[in-house]
Design a protein around this ligand. Structure first.
Ligand code: HEC
Ligand code: HEC
Ligand code: HEC
Ligand code: HEC
Ligand code: HEC
Ligand code: HEC
Ligand code: HEC
Length: 291
């Protein structure tokens, strides 16, 4: 027994070292349709290298883009102006009060700048001797959600050596997506602050639809995890109809369910988010359902 386990040890070590990230490149040869669509999504483009005067562009531009550069070996600078799609203009980066931008210590105790990279890239970012932060792979790619996949690729695919979140329960899916889409601290948000609406898992979890559907409602009912955000209101209404075939309205309503039940909330002059607390809202009060 002793001899057996000591001869297995090197093999096991090898397996654990090899259970590593491989990047999204190899996936395309066997999963071409998914790879093609995913590459066009906001996820894939959530972080991109390069831009005049900056090292990195954060945000695909679906909502906005903010630029970040290394200022010196110990600091990163978030530039004061961001670009916003809704208004097609450059304006103050959220939270900035100074025109010189916000300076982050690379190793500040809260790890703020490192966390930007962690949520906007795949795997764990590294920092070299010159204080330069390098993501393993920019953007939210395959292994952000499926885990390190080198072993799956080497085995020629198959159902093993790879996570498939499609098999998780709804609450677990909302949690996995929530690793990035929720506030880092788990405290209950202030419902009167429009900036909190961007934390979709927290809001969805308050809705009667989630609470009363016996684990059938997750992000995946409405979002294809491999595609750019759909703007097709009829497709969303079709999801509502799966559970609400004949909703009772006192007066006839349009078929655009989300306009009334998932209203858009302006967070600033340049940004707005969709309220995932599905409910009945009073006109002009999109933050919280009236019941
Ligand atoms: C590793 C962090 C991370 C994880 C995990 C993650 N997301 Fe995201 N997601 C992001 C970031 C960052 C963006 C912003 C992309 C951009 O710049 O437009 C985003 C954007 C989106 C968008 C808008 C996409 C678009 O094309 O505009 C949707 C929808 C979305 N995520 C849903 C999900 C769902 C559903 C899951 C779980 C299956 C998930 N996300 C998991 C980080 C993540
Ligand atoms: C906890 C994970 C997380 C951290 C940390 C994080 N982001 Fe994001 N970021 C996201 C997600 C998720 C989205 C998509 C939000 C949405 O569309 O609802 C996003 C969106 C953005 C956008 C697009 C505009 C918008 O509001 O949708 C920019 C720009 C951005 N982030 C920059 C940054 C920068 C710069 C930092 C660090 C100072 C940072 N992010 C830290 C997860 C994170
Ligand atoms: C050499 C071909 C090949 C490569 C390369 C490959 N896969 Fe696969 N993958 C497969 C095959 C075959 C299956 C099994 C399909 C089935 O049985 O339906 C599979 C299944 C999967 C599944 C579903 C597993 C399940 O439990 O249902 C996921 C997720 C997946 N691959 C992700 C990836 C990712 C991410 C990459 C890139 C890092 C990748 N694959 C690279 C061939 C490959
Ligand atoms: C934001 C998270 C996320 C990212 C990024 C992501 N996936 Fe997935 N993937 C999922 C989820 C969730 C499912 C389960 C979907 C379902 O069952 O509805 C899934 C399912 C799959 C499957 C099996 C089911 C199917 O649809 O065939 C494959 C294969 C797969 N993904 C490959 C990839 C590849 C390749 C990439 C990168 C190009 C990738 N995924 C990127 C979340 C993600
Ligand atoms: C997985 C099933 C499911 C889906 C999908 C779903 N709902 Fe629901 N929803 C429910 C359940 C269950 C309730 C609890 C009340 C009931 O039994 O009708 C509910 C309640 C509601 C209520 C009443 C809210 C309240 O607080 O009284 C509204 C309004 C509503 N849903 C609208 C929608 C809309 C609009 C969509 C699509 C964007 C949607 N739902 C998607 C299951 C679902
Ligand atoms: C009942 C349907 C539904 C469910 C479930 C759902 N979403 Fe959404 N989501 C939407 C709609 C509708 C939009 C707005 C689409 C548009 O802009 O046209 C949206 C937009 C988004 C956006 C873009 C930013 C914004 O606020 O407009 C992100 C990111 C997102 N959802 C993430 C998630 C995550 C993460 C989950 C799971 C916790 C989730 N969604 C569950 C319907 C849904
Ligand atoms: C013009 C705004 C508007 C639109 C569009 C709309 N609703 Fe409603 N909905 C309401 C209001 C307001 C109520 C509260 C009851 C009332 O006053 O009629 C309600 C009530 C509901 C309820 C709770 C009553 C019940 O049957 O249990 C559900 C579920 C619902 N709507 C689903 C939907 C779905 C699904 C769609 C799309 C097919 C939709 N609604 C489109 C405004 C709207």
């Amino acid at each position: 027994m002793g001899a057996l386990s000591s001869s297995l040890l090197p093999a096991l070590l090898l397996v654990s070292i090899e259970a590593q990230y491989t990047g999204s490149g190899p996936c395309a040869s066997c999963h071409p349709a998914i790879a093609d669509r995913q590459a066009k999504s906001g996820h894939a483009r959530a972080l991109a290298p390069g831009a005049p005067e900056a090292d990195w562009a954060f945000g695909s531009g679906t909502h906005a883009t903010t630029w970040v550069r290394q200022q010196d070996p110990r600091h990163y600078l978030e530039l004061p102006l961001s670009w916003y799609r809704q208004t097609n203009r450059k304006a103050h980066t959220p939270g900035h009060t100074s025109i010189s931008g916000v300076l982050y210590r690379t190793f500040d105790p809260a790890g703020r700048i490192l966390r930007c990279f962690a949520c906007h890239s795949t795997g764990v970012p590294s920092v070299d001797a010159a204080g330069r932060i390098s993501p393993l792979e920019p953007g939210v790619r395959c292994e952000s959600c499926h885990g390190p996949a080198a072993a799956h690729v080497r085995a020629g695919g198959g159902k093993f050596n790879i996570e498939n979140p499609g098999r998780y329960r709804a609450a677990a899916i909302n949690d996995q997506c929530g690793a990035c889409h929720r506030q880092p601290d788990a405290s209950s948000p202030r419902w009167d602050d429009p900036w909190n609406v961007r934390h979709q898992p927290v809001y969805l979890a308050e809705s009667s639809c989630f609470l009363n559907s016996g684990g059938k409602l997750s992000c995946l009912n409405c979002h294809n995890p491999h595609e750019a955000l759909s703007r097709d209101t009829r497709a969303y209404a079709a999801v509502c109809s799966q559970c609400h075939a004949q909703p009772r309205h006192r007066t006839p309503v349009s078929p655009d369910c989300i306009r009334c039940h998932m209203p858009r909330v302006p967070a600033s002059a340049d940004l707005s988010f969709t309220n995932h607390w599905i409910g009945v809202y009073s006109p002009g009060r999109p933050l919280r359902p009236r019941r």
